[in-house]
Design a protein. Structure first.
Length: 239
């Protein structure tokens, strides 16, 4: 790859309090790239995203984003640099309306107005426009997931991290979300994606990392990873 990486993780160890979860993690995301993190339950995928966004603490190594060291930076500082995290379980405000949820996520970071970003989100997810004044809690799981992605986009991120965006969604809705992830990437955004739907993730990803018990066990371009026997072994508990 010719470009400098947008995100570079080197020798990262991290965890929660004194509990170490990840060790020796090296990972890069280049501009416009979709990088997928795979691995069985408990492998440390969410912890990796949490370490990048400043929620879990790094105990060794470094995280560099857009040329700046963000190791153990505060979550608010990380998102203000243009690295947005759409967490697992969505974590939208159930008792606010769709539009109010978007307002709370607007930072005025990249210079575009709230209305401009909101309208772009409404274009991407027409159902959110239809439901703009409805309570978030009244929406289906798929609609709430769309709102979670739309919220993350209100920060005008250069890199969007998504934790299991298809979890619990009907296949058609999951494909719709992935279609939008691909569109965002072709518009120039980088994406770091944790996904349990391995097939869908590898269809859309450029590069993939396989995590197991807190370490990178395998990495390569999506086709290489899809063809690798270690992938099925990891999911069957053999790795
Ligand atoms: P899943 O697909 O099940 O979410 P994962 O690969 O995302 O798995 P993590 O959620 O990162 O895995 O969990 C990795 C390990 O960290 C697990 O052993 C888990 O029990 C532990 N863990 C997760 N959150 C915390 C926490 N807040 N405090 C302590 N340990 C945690």
């Amino acid at each position: 790859k010719t470009s400098a990486p947008l995100l570079r993780i080197a020798g990262l160890a991290s965890g929660y309090g004194r509990v170490g979860i990840l060790s020796d993690i090296d990972l890069e995301v280049h501009p416009k790239e979709i990088v997928v993190i795979l691995g069985p339950n408990g492998a440390g995928k969410t912890t990796l995203l949490n370490s990048i966004s400043g929620v879990a603490k790094a105990t060794a190594g470094s995280i560099t984003f857009d040329g700046e060291d963000i190791t153990n930076a505060r979550p608010e500082a990380v998102v203000r640099k243009g690295l947005a995290h759409c967490p697992e379980g969505r974590q939208i405000f159930q008792r606010l309306t769709v539009e109010e949820n978007l307002v709370t996520a607007y930072l005025g970071r990249g210079g575009r107005s709230f209305e401009d970003l909101r309208d772009q989100a409404f274009e991407m997810f027409p159902i959110l426009k239809e439901r703009r004044n409805g309570m978030a809690s009244r929406m289906s799981g798929g609609q709430q997931q769309m709102l979670a992605v739309a919220r993350a986009l209100m920060a005008e991120p250069k890199l969007l991290m998504l934790d299991e965006p298809s979890l619990g969604l009907a296949p058609l809705i999951a494909h719709q979300i992935f279609r939008i992830i691909l569109d965002l990437s072709s518009d120039g955004m980088s994406v770091l994606l944790v996904e349990q739907n391995v097939q869908l993730a590898l269809e859309c990803g450029d590069h993939a990392y396989l995590l197991n018990t807190g370490r990178v066990r395998l990495q390569g371009n999506a086709q290489q990873i899809a063809a690798h026997s270690a992938l099925s072994e990891a999911y069957l508990g053999g790795a």
